[in-house]
Write a protein that binds this ligand. Sequence first.
Ligand SMILES: NC(=O)c1ccc[n+]([C@@H]2O[C@H](COP(=O)([O-])OP(=O)(O)OC[C@H]3O[C@@H](n4cnc5c(N)ncnc54)[C@H](OP(=O)(O)O)[C@@H]3O)[C@@H](O)[C@H]2O)c1
Length: 249
Amino acid sequence: MQQQGYPSRGSGSKVIIIGSTSGIGRELATIYAGKGYFVGITGRRNELLLSLQKKFPKNIVTECFDVTQKENIPHLQTLIQKLDGLDILIYNSGYGDISKTLDGEIEKHTTDVNVNGFIEIVCYAFNYFVNQGHGQIACTSSIASVRGNSMAPAYSASKAFESTYMEGLWIKAKKMKKEIAVTDIQPGFVDTGLAKGKRKFWIAPPQKAAMQIYLAIKRKKKRTYVTKRWWIIAKLLKWMPDFLLSKIG
Ligand SMILES: NC(=O)c1ccc[n+]([C@@H]2O[C@H](COP(=O)([O-])OP(=O)(O)OC[C@H]3O[C@@H](n4cnc5c(N)ncnc54)[C@H](OP(=O)(O)O)[C@@H]3O)[C@@H](O)[C@H]2O)c1
């Protein structure tokens, strides 16, 4: 249904990317907008949202908000109104930092962004798509979700939460016989401000990562590793014996 005050747009082409001011999300928004999709972009840094909108004024609408605050659903509803509907929601907002001495502030903020904000927004989107009868949800979790990590315990745990939650939604959609595709995106290292630590390898440019994510969502894959060869690390980590994990994790 067309919403008052906003232009009517065709169906099948409306994407919201939560967390698209920088890094992977910004590249992903650029790809979708470049391909003619209508894209709703979000984040806390309004100047970055507006600078991207300026490049694609006909395809991009913005909504500036912090996912750790209380207004996630009203912001999401406003963005859906601006887009005149929704077909794909991507939860990409993420936070993580080295918590060497187990800093409670870091651990809490990580959980607020990667768990509480995630669950509120994804839950709303899933039910929206149930009512609509179709839709797609994707989330950028991480390879870090596979095992615990001593340097960033809340980050790996919160990414495991996202990944397992997405699998739960994938099963739920199948059981409900709804045309709702659910994609868990697990990047390795991508060259953005979020990639911290000294032992980095196979670092992908954000443009390359975003293109692989775009294609995986288009193919409605259940899970994808970005870049593709990171599936090897995921399997190695999964089956790594504890004595080895305790040395490198
Ligand atoms: N880079 C990597 O190596 C890597 C690896 C695996 C997974 N990932 C995941 O990929 C996703 C994108 O990260 P990135 O690497 O592209 O880093 P990034 O450039 O730092 O992007 C993070 C995005 O999340 C948004 N965000 C952070 N805190 C937020 C908050 N409180 N409210 C709303 N939005 C918030 C940021 O927007 P604002 O700051 O404007 O709010 C930004 O758009 C994250 O979920 C990350 O965990 C990254």
